[in-house]
Write a new protein. Sequence first.
Length: 468
Amino acid sequence: MKVYNTLSRTKEEFQPLEEGKVKMYVCGPTVYNFIHIGNARPMIVFDTVRRYMEYKGYEVNFVSNFTDVDDKIIKKAVEEGVDSREISSRYIEECKKDMAAMNVKPATLHPLATQEIGGMLEMISTLIEKGFAYAVKDGTVYFRTRKFEEYGKLSHKNLDDLQAGHREIKVTGEEKEDALDFVLWKPKKEGEPYWESPWCQGRPGWHIECSVMAKKYLGEEIDIHAGGEDLIFPHHENEIAQSEACNGKIFSKYWLHNGFLNIDNRKMSKSLGNFFTVREISETYDLQVLRFFMLSAHYRSPLNFSADLMEAAKNGLERIVNAAENLRHLKKNARSASMTEEEREIWKGSDVFVEKFEAAMDDDFNTADAIACVFELVKYSNTRVNEESSAELSERLGGRLQQLCDILGILLEQKEDILDEEIERLIAERQAARKDRNFARADEIREILLNKGIVLEDTREGVKWKRA
Ligand code: AMP
Ligand code: ZN
């Protein structure tokens, strides 16, 4: 399996640190609003990377954080006159609903930055002890960028060019030793959330969060670190500097970055009025269509979002879903059970689509070519299976189609498959579990329903549910 590594700017053979295991960290969203369709891209593509690795037999430990302390969250909390924790927990819940509807598997763990402050204080202290960081009078702690000799190795930037860029920027009243130094810890401002620290009451810089969460939950050396390409610099460059200076080890072996999503060939932005949340898109389309659309391009290419392209994705997905439905129908109504000699040949003839699918995915997760293989399998099945075919052939080809779609995270069964009575029964079981203070089971039931596209809402009048 070859993966493109931003560090080396080449496709490299994937070799995990430990055989059969993959330790993967994906930078998650800052939770101050509903996620937008740009945020959905890394979620979908790296979930697909994970699914493919699992298909290949790796045990994947997949950690993805929520940044739940940040200027934007604080600003929103002030606007609404609520505590910033209320904002972050609200949008974490909403984000999880969108993820479920896009069939993005929950991470092995979703750590929250605010729960990891202790680890951050520790890492910052180590960096100070090792001479890689320093505190100034007001309690701000900076990373001493030039001391980390390999700074720039990920973004392929040269320190002197960076310095030249900084000359224009007026450094105001700071006691920074160097314009390139970045913040690890900063003093609180009036009304902001803060934590005690040896330097001042304050809060962490953004970059230190990920270094600490990756170390705590995956270790000092990980296999894959991923995120959108805007994170290469400065976020990931700074993460490398912090982690490698602190731990004295190579932080991540492979760095994967997705290209950006544009709208009608322009950058998505609120001021241009071309900004969509995933929730808005879900009013028009099943989010499976959004997932299918995202995977129809290579993850490193820029991707243009438009109404026409979404319609094309919808039609394409329908063709696949219909083929799967048709195979189920033919299997149920087949007149014979086992395959004939001729059908064995047909079955064998479909091996090639799996081989091509794997070859595409082995080549840096080329989902666009992998989807083309799925379409070929659909065409192959449509033209070779009919009312005369055995149940076994329909079942096998249907299973094969299902297997390939599972890797892409594309659902072939209609979500409505769960009946109202079953939903009501699970809700009653969840209520009973809560009464018994068995919150693990209660959460599990919520998750089961979410995976079937059923969203629960706890209201004063009781639990309400709807199909997402
Ligand atoms: P943020 O909440 O801004 O930290 O973003 C969360 C994730 O979404 C990061 O991996 C970003 O790189 C990614 N991201 C943000 N905007 C876009 C976009 N327009 N296209 C693709 N990825 C994006
Ligand atoms: Zn990060």
